[in-house]
Design a protein around this ligand. Structure first.
Ligand code: HEC
Length: 186
């Protein structure tokens, strides 16, 4: 027969270990963690994809920011019209086509384009580029007219690369950049 004194000791120890392990495994799943919202909405929110394509049709879980953005112009259009008149880049059709409004309002200024894409050559004279502010270098070019300058800017000219390397510039943005350079060089 086994030592009677030993039996209860190992039984108690066994129960204690079992309880500890069970608690360790089970407790976290009971939502004991700090402020972890396990509601379905919260979980979906956490595991949803980072980006979503706005198809303008109702989407299952619209992110808060775009939703309010889209509602705002419509809601405040009246107020803005009466308080601000027609200023800024918010024409009347703004509320009807958010996509176009966005494209228009993200159009960069001539100065921004110049500093991003043109300055490398046109501030240093690299590759024989006429420097911004160099009136003598620009005068004969300006004399050829804006159309000719734009043609060179879009298609390139000798060492001047097409679109001045700004391949994502719209024609309008390129034109602002040329106008900026010209305005600083007369
Ligand atoms: C890699 C260097 C380089 C970059 C970058 C560059 N240019 Fe030029 N650009 C030149 C050179 C060189 C010329 C002179 C071309 C010639 O007439 O031989 C020139 C000329 C021009 C002219 C005058 C064209 C004419 O018909 O006389 C315009 C306008 C112009 N660039 C606009 C831009 C704009 C706008 C950008 C930026 C979006 C830009 N360039 C970026 C090198 C560059």
């Amino acid at each position: 027969m086994a030592n009677p004194d030993k039996f209860p000791t190992s039984l108690v120890a066994g129960i204690a270990v079992t309880l500890a392990v069970t608690a360790y495994l089970v407790l976290p799943t009971l939502g004991g963690g700090p402020d972890v919202d396990m509601s379905e909405d919260a979980v979906l929110q956490r595991i949803k994809p980072i980006g979503s394509v706005n198809t303008t049709q109702a989407k299952p879980a619209p992110a808060p920011a775009p939703a309010t953005k889209q509602e705002k112009p419509a809601a405040t259009a009246e107020e803005e019209k009466s308080t601000e008149g027609t200023g800024k880049e918010k024409p009347a059709e703004a509320s009807t086509n958010t996509a176009e409004t966005k494209a228009a309002s993200t159009s960069r200024s001539g100065e921004e384009i110049f500093n991003a894409s043109c300055t490398a050559c046109h501030s240093t004279g690299a590759a024989g580029a006429p420097k911004i502010g160099d009136k003598e270098a620009w005068a004969p070019r300006i004399a050829t007219g804006m159309d000719a300058l734009m043609k060179s800017a879009i298609n390139g000219k000798k060492s001047m690369p097409p679109r001045g390397t700004c391949m994502d510039c719209s024609d309008d943005e390129l034109k602002s950049a040329v106008e900026y350079m010209v305005s600083k060089s007369k």
